[in-house]
Design a binder for this molecule. Structure first.
Ligand SMILES: [Zn+2]
Length: 191
């Protein structure tokens, strides 16, 4: 399996890979390397999203793509709530390389108001929440429209999360088969 590295110039996005920093819900970096990887099918859908976003004079800011199973365990151990964190024993769409967490930004990188930050685990992060400002509701709807038009499915409980249809038909991929480890374990297998 060859995953695609999501980074400029091939993918004109801003990268804000929170799991490579302490700025995530575990309060510590859980990726050793700031790397966004996706399966080729998901990378193609992201290219369509980038095109549609640019046509509106905006940019995409990416928080996470492929998430190794070990990272899923780190998140689950911090917050074992299946509404927000996929049970690592089942695996997540991120562990299959077919999901992405992202938001919209202005050309200068300023993020649009979405009502909450990434990984806010409160009900106001749900797509259909109407207690946030009208501007934030419109911004979420704009991101939703762009992503669905590009071929993604939304997830009702996290405004930032999108995945390919039939995400769970793709296999879970262990870190290490993709080259240098995202988790920085030092272990990797050829190919
Ligand atoms: Zn996600």
């Amino acid at each position: 399996m060859r995953f695609v590295t999501i980074a400029p110039p091939d993918f004109d996005v801003d990268l804000d890979l929170r799991y490579a920093t302490p700025d995530n819900l575990t309060r510590r970096p859980i990726f050793a390397r700031p790397l966004c990887l996706l399966r080729p099918e998901a990378a193609a859908a992201l290219s369509r999203s980038i095109h549609l976003t640019a046509a509106q004079g905006l940019r995409l800011r990416v928080f996470d793509g492929y998430r190794p199973p070990a990272a899923q365990w780190a998140l689950w151990n911090t917050l074992p709530d299946p509404t927000f964190i996929a049970d690592p024993r089942i695996g997540s769409s991120h562990g299959r390389g077919v999901a992405i967490d992202l938001t919209l930004a202005l050309p200068d990188g300023t993020v649009l108001d979405m009502g909450t930050d990434f990984d806010d685990m409160r009900p106001i992060a749900y797509h259909a929440d109407t207690s946030i400002s009208v501007t934030a509701q419109r911004n979420r709807a704009l991101l939703l429209g762009i992503m669905v038009a590009a071929g993604w499915q939304h997830y009702p409980f996290e405004w930032w999360h999108y995945q390919l249809p039939d995400a769970f038909s793709y296999p879970l991929v262990e870190d290490g088969v993709l080259g240098p480890s995202v988790m920085g374990s030092g272990k990797s297998s050829p190919g």
